[in-house]
Design a protein around this ligand. Structure first.
Ligand code: NAP
Ligand code: MG
Length: 399
């Protein structure tokens, strides 16, 4: 059989620990036999980040900007313990943070649904994709405790020296104080990413804030979205038969629970943090969650939503058998290959991505799965728990 050809290379970002092992297996068993794979390879594994003083992460992000589509393996974000474990000269920053800062994007997370794992919310039939604004607000806030009586003010000094000043509160006792911000430019990027992704995936877009209470801050988010929608996306949305829907965050929460799913829910940074954990747990597990970073100028970085599965890796190193779920990482590859196929007009590559995903779902629906899923399937479903390699072999058979 002739292998499927590619035009533009995918930016391949390798990673750490158990997911690095899965990464190689996925390529060997599920991709290389069928595709004449073209990638520009960047090793974001921690030893290489240390060796290059993290330059490799910056280079990989710039390659993503240049070529447009990347696939990324999970990577370690070092903490103190990792500095010792890997003998690091510095506590290198989170690669995802570095890549996001360079691409300036929004992260979209969606669950992979299978028949035998029913969502905790009975009405949900289709995936709900959360689009989280990943800049500013409480994550970049300045805050402190107020020791006692005194006046707290909000002061802005413009470049020409003019001041805007307002009393926040006249404290009669001890308390707390916080100042947070966001930038129009970041909100505009967020809006473009969301509207583009909705068009791409042909799903309705919901957006929610608390603009009735936050009459300047949240209102700004609402107005920027509205303005960009009316001017740049309304016609395209109408043509595709999809809608843009704004509502208050509390109303959105109630509607999401009653819904069938099948839409994108754009959330401010904090709402997205909290709601994505709720939605992913209610749908099943992080091992069944896809994640893609979309930049406002239409660059894509596909990855799994989970980490490097350290506990499994230590067992693997001891020679014990591990049953780590590769679904999210396989779907990162299929997402990236499909996008590359669409951009380069390669229908065979798009069809290959579809076929690989279908084979994965068929394997799971045949009851062959990794151990993490066994506890989640409906009672009475016949299942065979297998290790990662056997799971991939079963997928390859079905291809
Ligand atoms: P994790 O790697 O997501 O794993 C946490 C636990 O979730 C695992 O121990 C395992 O539970 C379960 N799990 C996650 N993915 C699984 C899979 N594919 N198959 C089966 N079980 C799975 O999170 P972590 O242990 O907190 O973090 C480990 C490292 O990953 C850290 O160094 C962190 O910095 C990094 N991290 C990277 C990313 C990223 O690159 N995007 C994201 C998050 C974390 P059991 O042990 O109970 O089986
Ligand atoms: Mg969270």
């Amino acid at each position: 059989m002739a292998k499927i050809q590619m035009k533009t290379p995918l930016v391949e970002m390798d990673g750490d620990e158990m997911t690095r092992i899965l990464w190689q297996m996925i390529k060997d068993k599920l991709i290389l036999p069928y595709v004449d794979l073209k990638t520009e390879y960047y090793d974001l594994g921690l030893p290489e980040r240390e060796r290059t003083k993290d330059q490799v992460t910056v280079d990989a992000a710039n390659a993503n900007k240049k070529y447009g589509v990347a696939v990324k393996c999970a990577t370690i974000t070092p903490n103190r313990q990792r500095v010792e474990e890997y003998n690091l000269s510095e506590m290198w920053k989170s690669p995802n943070g570095t890549i996001r800062a360079i691409l300036d994007g929004t992260v979209f997370r969606a669950p992979i649904l299978i028949d035998s794992v029913k969502p905790q919310v009975r009405s949900w039939k289709k995936p709900i994709t959360i689009a989280r604004h990943a800049y500013g607000d409480v994550y970049k806030a300045t805050e402190y405790r107020i020791p006692g009586e005194g006046k707290a003010e909000l002061l802005f000094t413009a470049k020409d020296g003019t001041e805007m000043r307002e009393t926040i509160y006249d404290f009669e006792c001890a308390g707390v104080l916080q100042g947070q911000y966001n930038k129009d430019s970041s909100i505009v990027s967020f809006a473009h990413s969301c509207f583009k992704f909705a068009l791409e995936t042909e799903q309705d877009l919901w957006f929610s804030t608390k603009d009735t209470i936050s009459k300047q801050y949240d209102q700004t988010f609402k107005l920027i979205f509205e303005d960009i929608y009316e001017k740049e996306y309304k016609a395209a949305f109408e043509q595709k038969g999809i809608t843009y829907f704004y509502t208050l965050i509390d109303d959105a929460v109630a509607r999401v629970i009653r819904s069938e799913g099948g839409f994108i829910w754009a959330c401010k940074n904090y709402d997205g943090d909290v709601m994505s954990d709720m939605v992913s747990t209610a749908f099943g597990s992080l091992a069944m969650m896809t994640s893609v970073l979309v930049s406002p100028d239409g660059k894509f970085e596909y990855e799994a939503a989970h980490g490097t599965v350290t506990r499994h890796y230590y067992r693997y190193l001891k020679g014990e058998e591990t049953s780590t779920n590769p679904m999210a990482t396989i779907f990162a590859w299929t997402g990236a290959l499909r996008k590359r196929g669409e951009l380069d007009a390669l229908p065979d590559l798009v069809a290959f991505a579809d076929r690989l995903e279908a084979a994965c779902l068929k394997t799971l629906n045949d009851g062959i799965m990794t151990k993490d899923l066994v506890g989640l399937v409906e009672k009475g479903t016949p299942v065979t728990a297998v290790n990662s390699a056997a799971f991939m072999d079963a997928i390859a058979e079905r291809m």
